[in-house]
Design a protein around this ligand. Sequence first.
Ligand code: GTP
Ligand code: SPV
Ligand code: MN
Length: 591
Amino acid sequence: MLNETPTKNKNLEAWVREAAELCQPDRVVWCDGTERERDELTRQAIGLGEVELLDPVKWPGCLYARSTENDVARVEQSTFICTRSKKAAGNTNNWMDPQEAYRKLSEIFKNSMKGRTLYVVPYIMGIPGSRFNKIGVEITDSIYVVLNMRIMTRMGTIALQELGAEGKFTKGLHGKADLDDHHRFICHFPEDNTIWSVGSNYGGNVLLGKKCLALRIASWLGNQEGWLAEHMMIAGIQDPSGKIEYVAAAFPSQCGKTNLAMLVPPASMKGYRVWTVGDDIAWMRIGEDGRLWAVNPEAGFFGVAPGTNSKTNPNALAAVRKNTIFTNVLKTEDGGVWWEGMDGEPPTKGVNWRGQPWTPSSTEKGAHSNSRFTAPAGQCPSISLEWENPKGVPISAIIFGGRRARVTPLVYQSRNWQHGVYVGATVASETTSAATGEVGVVRRDPMAMLPFCGYDMGDYFSHWLEMGRRLKNPPKIFCVNWFRKDDKGNILWPGFGENLRVLQWILSRAEGNVGAIDSVIGFLPKAEDLNLKGIDLSPEKIASLLSISKEDWIDEIKDEATFFEKIGATLPPEIQSEREALIQRLSMEMV
Ligand code: GTP
Ligand code: SPV
Ligand code: MN
């Protein structure tokens, strides 16, 4: 921890001074990212009650944190894109005039760090040394944020070195203020390369490298610079011959990216391995070979805790055994952690995410359904050897998906890139507790980017179409649904490790090695082409997983129309014509 200014970057120095004048902290501390600094900050955070130490033998280097009860998820209604013209933000984003936003948030930031320390956190999104990096600097009064940022990003001196005296950086100002949700705003100023976040101390609202920079600001930059910033996991699938092919998958929050990225093959699929490159964000560029190459710009996982166990995701469990921060899970009496869906018996007592005593007979959950772990990616046993390759990995298949009890089959393939963009653009999913608001309501979430696209959604679709035109060798585009239910409301597909069977079909299709049924919505697998050896699923269940109901799809098309109307005039004509072609295929089927 340095108290003098460790940078020669005049813009950075001036901006830190400006922020300190506004927020009036007692101290300004520049973070260097060393272990010594972590130990010192941990000691202070424990003293302030921001975090608790877990049992150092069972959970070495692990911390426990609770955010306040009204601050446990992203807040989409308080998240704004602040561009000079409202049009640039588009109709699916909340917009605020930049002058008004700066004025309004300045009022909240003003003097808000009195009695507190202001930490300056320089960080890299991307692979150190790569020309595709983006440097960010987050100013924050939360030690919890600093400790999380040092896991989620490459942080400290390394970032200042890469920034140099002249380098550009994303300015991120974060303050807890009074944590009142009426004073909670997450504002993005893409034209100023700036983020202001105030009134929260939770995840995607405050770890500004993640959703704010690596998706909202980066998607804006990607549109200008000709690349894609996506809410996608990335993984390598190794087949028994040793060949590795990479896939990238966009599912909305809490819909299975982390689990897919860390998949453990079922016992019956000997010789397969899945290698984790990233679990939440992909930055994708066109390589010299005309393929799409993806990099995970993060250094850690901010993963969903509930449901994580040795069957569903043993790799995540292994990754969180040390040096991990647990947020809003249950703390056990012996200094451990627990969440619903963990292995074994629940503890006989503990303290729940609200800080109240808990026993298995409590009616309330022990862990919040959006409780999370923050773990270094390098600790994951399935981490790919390529995860820090600055070139990234070449993507053979892009997969879209979501939670749908009905309508969407287990898997289908789009006809070509343009149709694939339409499939991605029309993805819908049941809402989850990753954002505040009602859970389980179906909403359109194109490319899983509805809450994260930093500009007009219609222009974003155009950018995807343009990328396709530039790709000589584009990945094939697929759609999956692990969450289809039967009439009794039971999920039909066993999911998790068994999803590899679907990936196997996807990769065979991408290589052109297997046939398919040419259906109205796209290419469906023939049941006999799915590898179902060693899995106990009746032919009837398989049939319903792969079935498409005309009535459901007609309803679907109507709902799409409402969403497309909302997007308005920027909706690309190609998307409209894909929709018309689908309507025509459906109506021909009807006569
Ligand atoms: P974010 O970090 O919010 O972006 O989420 P994510 O997409 O990484 O979701 P994650 O993999 O953490 O999964 C969220 C929830 O979905 C967990 O409760 C999982 O247990 C559940 N889940 C994941 N994969 C499957 C699956 O294949 N089948 C079923 N039924 N549930 C799954
Ligand atoms: C998500 O909500 O998609 C997350 C968690 O990955 S957060 O960082 O809170 O956005
Ligand atoms: Mn996410």
